[in-house]
Design a protein. Structure first.
Length: 482
């Protein structure tokens, strides 16, 4: 895997927020593409299994439908003045130097087609006003560069008009998917949810078996009868974690169990829906809604009182739309989406952990916090994770101010990019975050996103940043005195 320019982006580590752009290298990542989807997966999720013969006409028709349904999208097509405020804000441009990864340049791939087919000028004078046909060359550029965007929305924070570039990327992907052009990783993941209840394709019996293993292992380690219940009807809480928590980020799964045991609250996961992550968000509205519906279906099957979303970024991005996507939550308490960080923060404020946390248990750690894009910018989970860390640790240091909270950098693998064939993009996109972490000299990088927990260890190793990556909840339960 070729390394990209290793010139430090943080020109002077002592000065916060200095992020000059790298040297521009035309077409630097033009050949880095996701693998195309497989027929077995697209058929399972109601998408064409190959490109439609009349794909151009169908794509323009779909584009028109999206413009009619999403008024914001039409506004975003019309109001950009190409001021360039977003140009150096994208981690994929900062990492690769490819000018097509300017957010405005990427969006222009869709806008030029919009001007051609949906404005009077483009219809009457196709060669004027930057209009462009949706031909084979344009479709290839769409497929390449709209899958070099993680829909992180950092550029939108700096846009003087508030243009949400993620909406533009999402629209381009939905148009492509409708005519049979989609990626293997995203379609495969969505198909697995419908088949097994989770993104990883873990069968229900394997989920149950691993929870039973955790029962035994954690009790042996702690001497406490900490349980990891599955399909427990009438439990107080349905936890909807990312499935990776039960098989990869096991410390986070153990932390859930320890927390609920300490609180004396009954909880459960569901074999029907043991996945909070929603890759429909990166594909099309139909699958976004269908995947999300399963959460409420599982909660009603098990007759639980409360639904809590676990430590996953895009799970929360999709989850906050639940009342719109999936209908009323009035039969739950609270009657709206509820994140584990919000739940714990409320307990901290109520004094539930008063005298029960020994912060010195984490004194071997110097902790910094990575705001995942979706919880931070879309879900406004900014203070809650930090409160959990501060309640659990004596040594917490923030990264440079221009790289955190609403201005956070993406880990480099969100938006359906966590796949090996675009590893070069992932490592380049992760460079700004890696350098900001290196600036802190922390040895523990906390976050509340499963994609980030999968991506960041690889990124930190690639950019030579010696830091452990983990969740926030495990810091709390490390300090918890039972």
């Amino acid at each position: 895997m070729a390394k990209f320019d290793e010139t430090p982006i943080l020109k002077d580590p002592a000065v916060e927020g200095v992020l000059p752009p790298p040297d521009i290298r035309e077409h630097a990542t033009a050949q880095v593409r996701c693998w195309p989807s497989k027929e077995k997966d697209t058929l399972a999720i109601d998408l064409p299994s190959e490109r439609l013969p009349d794909w151009q006409a169908k794509a323009i028709q779909k584009f028109g439908e999206l413009l009619d349904k999403n008024k914001a999208l039409r506004v975003f097509m019309d109001i950009c003045v190409r001021c360039g405020a977003c140009a150096d804000k994208c981690q994929f441009f900062l990492g690769t130097g490819d000018p097509q990864n300017f957010p405005v340049a990427r969006a222009e791939l869709l806008r030029s087609v919009y001007r051609r087919y949906f404005t009077p000028g483009g219809q009457l004078f196709p060669g004027l006003n930057g209009a462009a046909d949706l031909d084979e060359t344009m479709l290839e550029r769409w497929y390449t560069y709209f899958y070099q965007c993680s829909e992180c929305r950092r550029c939108s924070v700096f846009c003087p008009y508030g243009i949400d570039t993620a909406e533009i990327t999402a629209a381009a992907r939905e148009i492509m998917a409708s005519v049979g052009v989609s990626t293997k990783y995203v379609t495969e993941v969505v198909a697995k949810v419908y088949e097994t209840g989770n993104n990883l394709g873990i069968p229900p019996l394997a989920w149950i078996d691993n929870c039973e293993f955790l029962d035994e292992d954690v009790e042996e380690e702690t001497g406490l009868p900490i349980r990891f219940p599955v399909d427990q009807e009438g439990a107080d809480i349905l936890l909807v974690p990312p499935s990776a928590d039960n098989f990869a980020n096991v410390d986070t799964m153990i932390a859930y169990g320890k927390l609920f045991h300490f609180l004396g609250i009954s909880w459960t996961t569901s074999t029907y829906c043991n996945e909070g992550g929603n890759f429909g968000l990166f594909l099309n509205y139909q699958n976004l809604k269908k995947v999300n519906n399963r959460i409420l279906e599982a909660a009603r099957m098990l007759k639980v009182k409360t639904i809590i979303w676990g430590e996953c970024g895009h799970a929360w991005r999709a989850g906050i739309f639940t009342p719109t996507l999936s209908g009323s939550m009035d039969d739950f308490d609270p009657p709206y989406p509820y994140h584990i960080s919000q739940y714990v923060y409320k307990l901290l404020q109520a004094g539930v952990f008063e005298g029960k946390l020994d912060k010195s248990a984490n004194d071997h750690l110097v902790v910094t916090y990575h705001d995942p894009c979706n919880p931070a910018r879309a879900g406004q989970l900014l203070d809650e994770p930090r409160a959990i860390i501060r309640a659990s640790c004596n040594h917490f240091i923030e990264m440079p101010s221009e790289t955190i909270r609403e201005k956070t950098f993406c880990c480099g693998a969100g938006g359906g990019l966590l796949t090996d064939e675009v590893m070069a993009i992932r490592m380049a996109g992760g460079k700004p975050r890696a350098l900001a972490v290196k600036h802190t000299q922390a040895n523990y990088l906390a976050t509340i996103c499963a994609i980030c927990k999968a991506q960041l260890p690889v990124v930190m190793q690639y950019w030579d940043v010696p830091v452990e990556v983990g969740g926030t909840l495990q810091l709390l339960t490390n300090a918890l005195k039972f």
